[in-house]
Design a protein around this ligand. Structure first.
Ligand code: SAM
Length: 278
């Protein structure tokens, strides 16, 4: 089997890139290797890849994993992938929108599942939210995303990158930055730089809260108006003035602080004391 590069395959099939599907294919072998090495895939693993493109990353994953499910939305890529990866009997292509896929149906009874992807920029945040919030049984998520989004995910309190996305991801995962990737590593070349990050799913969320839905609602409300105090952000959370004052006192948090200064732990305390007074 000849070893064609990403560019060769694109040329062989006269493939036309779709901007609206976020198609920027990887052409840099060192990045490919770093993704595969850090995903730490072995023969016991089921790998789910989102957006295989022409199969550049998929092929490397197939050599290491027990099985790879690749979820691809673009109909034009389906025959290309089937042809280019036909030598692998551990490959299964799923022609579907990743946002409409039930990952637990794919995972079934597997006990070691790793998600790996060079994600299309336009759906990065919805895919990450879906994967974390829908309670799927995977171990880790090794993903290439836009650099700015990666920095927001890894951000610490009191930085300008810190926000609801940082809290969402850090609530469920330990975040590891693997490497930065220049826009020259893709065809076509995107306007932004990228970053590879690894999210290691925790066995239990980082903080224990009485009501998860309320916790995330409080986080979102606190960051909605970034420069306002917590008091202003949470006025409409459903407590009267005295109760809200009480909630801040019980949590030991000054209501004049801004949301962006609160740690995950502090958001947890505030959420629980609001819950107790509802
Ligand atoms: N993995 C390839 C690589 O590294 O070269 C391609 C990565 S490219 C950034 C993103 C891929 O995701 C494209 O193949 C695109 O067609 C696919 N895609 C876009 N939206 C999708 C969706 N909602 N569900 C599944 N795949 C999607």
């Amino acid at each position: 089997m000849e070893n064609l590069s990403t560019k060769d395959i694109v040329k062989k099939y006269g493939f036309k890139f779709s901007k609206s599907l976020g198609q920027n294919f990887l052409i840099d072998d060192s990045v490919l290797q770093d993704i595969v090495d850090n995903a730490n895939v072995n023969k016991d693993d089921l790998v789910i890849e989102i957006g295989p493109g022409v199969g550049t990353l998929t092929k490397e994953l197939l050599k290491k994993a027990k099985k790879v499910y690749a979820i691809e939305l673009d109909s034009d890529l389906i025959p290309i992938l089937n042809e280019e990866l036909k030598e692998f009997d551990n490959f299964e292509l799923i022609h579907k929108d990743a946002l409409k896929t039930d990952f637990n149906e794919l995972i079934g009874t597997e006990n070691s599942t790793k998600v790996v992807a060079n994600l299309p920029y336009y759906v990065t945040t919805p895919i990450i939210s879906k994967l974390l919030k829908e309670n799927y049984k995977f171990e880790s998520l090794t993903i290439m995303i836009q650099k700015e989004v990666g920095e927001r995910i890894a951000a610490k309190p009191s930085t300008k990158e810190y926000g609801a996305l940082s809290i969402l991801v850090q609530y469920y995962c330990d975040v590891e930055i693997v490497r930065k990737v220049s826009s020259d590593s893709f065809i076509p070349r995107p306007k932004v730089d990228s970053i590879v990050i690894k999210l290691n799913k925790l066995s239990e969320p980082k903080v224990k809260v009485k009501n998860e839905e309320l916790f995330f609602k409080i986080v979102r409300s606190s960051f909605n108006m970034r420069r306002k105090t917590l008091w202003n952000g949470l006025k409409s959370i459903g407590l009267n003035k005295e109760q809200l004052e009480m909630a801040f006192t019980n949590a030991g948090i000054d209501s004049k602080r801004r949301g962006e200064t609160l740690s995950l732990d502090e958001f947890g305390k505030l959420s629980d004391s609001i819950y107790d007074l509802q």
